[in-house]
Design a protein around this ligand. Structure first.
Ligand code: GDP
Ligand code: FE
Ligand code: FE
Length: 204
């Protein structure tokens, strides 16, 4: 299936694919829009491989970074007015753009599917529980063909065999990366790490 044949209009949203692309493109610089398209391509591949809904994964990918370039103040307002975790406001746009992106997916594009909204919400830090769609987006964002960080080849190799192994790898490497760069770690990020590591070593 090519992405131009995707049928989500009338199922997940009333927006056509063409209209979605035009609206997303308006929110960001061209290089980020290209990233979004690569995440979609990567999501479709993973969805086909792991038996997730290609339509839902495509849509989650197209909308995942919708809020990424919005002003931090505007994201903060939404976090507070929508009753999201207010602690996020102390950790900047990187932490807020997923949950705020999910808010726009619902309010601008009319998406009600909770698995799509959760996938967008959790795409930066992951979640204690992630749906298949959530894992597909989480990994696709990490391994899309434009990513070139140290470790990306290992992540791509893991994603060939297991979405969970690839997700755990991303969760662990992100924590290490943040510590090395002396960046503050949002408690939700640690919480997700704890839940994955406890499952991995069989403790609870
Ligand atoms: P992008 O939106 O396509 O650039 O990708 P992501 O949404 O996955 O990630 C955005 C950034 O957030 C990445 O550089 C992560 O390292 C960073 N990030 C993830 N968790 C945390 C955290 O707890 N604290 C901080 N400061 N940054 C984080
Ligand atoms: Fe993002
Ligand atoms: Fe992204």
């Amino acid at each position: 299936m090519t992405n131009t044949e995707l049928a989500y209009t009338g199922i997940y949203t009333d927006w056509t694919r063409e209209a979605i692309l035009a609206e997303v493109e308006k929110q960001m610089k061209p290089s980020r829009f290209q990233h979004v398209l690569r995440v979609e391509a990567s999501s479709i591949q993973l969805a086909e491989k792991y038996g997730a809904s290609v339509e839902a994964c495509s849509l989650a990918a197209l909308l995942h970074d919708y809020a990424k370039e919005h002003a931090a103040e505007s994201m903060k307002e939404i976090v507070l007015s929508e009753g999201m975790d207010s602690e996020m406001t102390g950790y900047g746009s990187e932490i807020m753009h997923g949950p705020v992106g999910a808010y726009y997916a619902e309010t601008v594009f009319g998406i009600k599917d909770e698995a799509i909204l959760d996938a967008i919400r959790q795409h930066t830090i992951g979640g204690e529980m992630m749906t298949l769609i959530g894992k597909v987006l989480f990994i696709a964002d990490y391994i899309e063909s434009g990513r070139a960080f140290k470790g990306v080849d290992e992540a791509r190799r893991l994603a060939e065999d297991s979405l969970d192994e690839a997700a755990y790898f991303k969760i662990e490497k992100t924590i290490i990366h943040l510590v090395k760069k002396e960046l503050p770690i949002y408690p939700g990020t640690i919480y997700v790490y704890n839940s994955w590591i406890q499952r991995k070593v069989g403790k609870s």
